[in-house]
Design a protein around this ligand. Sequence first.
Ligand code: ZN
Length: 91
Amino acid sequence: MYVDLIKKLFVPRYNLSIKSIKKKFNLSEDSIKRRVCWKCGTKLNFWDYCSEFKDNKLEKMIKLWQNDYIEFYCCKCFKIKKSEYLKKNLY
Ligand SMILES: [Zn+2]
């Protein structure tokens, strides 16, 4: 019951569908890099990540996701990191 409700309420913010993103950026489930949070090890979801960006930023952000030299934080660790940064630099 809740799953149906969530499906109805869930509207991805990106206009491109998963299928068209895969096609446009030449991605497959196998070529999408598997990522975990650099700090806590939580699995990160590529499609959740994509939904955070507008279409005009998507290409750049997908390149970052696929980059071997960059690590990501999960939302929770990023928020902690951001508040630490703000405390250090603003107060
Ligand atoms: Zn984390």
